[in-house]
Ligand binder design. Structure first.
Ligand code: ADP
Ligand code: 5GP
Length: 203
């Protein structure tokens, strides 16, 4: 059969919900996936690496990417800009790889409009109290940023009605397993596999 174009899998959810943790768990258990590294104007956190976690850029560089049409989507989040490089996503999908995007809700809405067949998953913690514990436990944000991220989480919950799936990240392994199952189900859709039926008819 001809090589299938890879799927676009959007993972969103409040900051601190555990998206990075769950995506890392998923990538350990499933082949044929790649992660789209975003551009951001946010400064690197300790331990973050250029090109692996983000492409760290200035506001001017980010604006240039926007002007050049180089971003599939972009949004501002708690005072910083974030965006998905269009070329990388296109290249990997063409190679047949499923591409994971870890992006917030405004950007996800842009992807939904531009790529209606994208699979949209919203990852949430078991409660907002647990979210606050995780944000504090991560030790990466000042108090004011933690407050902004919690306020933003409440707003995102209200705007999340266009997602296809919700994964509750109580236990990270179970959450990765659920995300894995979602991808498996999406790859088994009739639309994905109907060419197998025509191949049989042609025999
Ligand atoms: P996000 O990418 O959504 O911002 P992270 O993956 O950075 O979130 O997780 C935020 C913090 O919560 C990290 O310190 C991470 O180790 C922790 N964490 C992630 N998943 C769980 C979980 N299921 N239970 C407890 N802690 C978790
Ligand atoms: P953080 O600063 O915690 O790494 O990310 C903050 C938020 O920005 C998270 O919700 C994350 O999903 C989102 N984000 C990361 N990259 C992108 C991107 O390229 N586009 C959009 N729209 N959001 C992004």
């Amino acid at each position: 059969m001809a090589e299938q174009r890879g799927k676009l899998i959007v993972v969103s959810g409040p900051s601190g919900a555990g998206k990075s943790t769950v995506i890392a768990g998923l990538m350990r258990r499933r082949a044929g996936l790649c992660f789209s590294v975003s551009a951001t104007t946010r400064p690197p956190r300790p331990g973050e690496t250029e090109g692996r976690d983000y492409f760290f850029v200035t506001r001017e560089e980010f604006q240039q990417l926007v002007n050049d049409g180089a971003l599939l989507e972009h949004a501002e989040y708690v005072g910083n800009c974030y965006g998905t490089p269009r070329d990388y996503v296109e290249r990997k999908q063409t190679e047949g790889l499923n591409v994971l995007l870890d992006i917030e809700v405004q950007g996800a809405r842009q992807v939904r409009a531009r790529v209606p067949e994208a699979v949209m998953v919203f990852v949430i913690p078991p409660s907002l109290e647990e979210l606050e514990r995780r944000l504090r436990g991560r030790h990466t944000d000042a108090e004011e940023k933690i407050r902004s991220r919690l306020a933003r989480a409440r707003a995102e919950y209200r705007e999340a009605d266009f997602y296809d799936y919700i994964v509750i990240n109580d236990d990270p392994e179970t959450a990765a397993e659920e995300l894995d199952a979602i991808i498996t189900a999406e790859l088994c859709r009739y639309q994905e596999r109907k060419t197998y039926l025509t191949e049989v008819q042609e025999l």
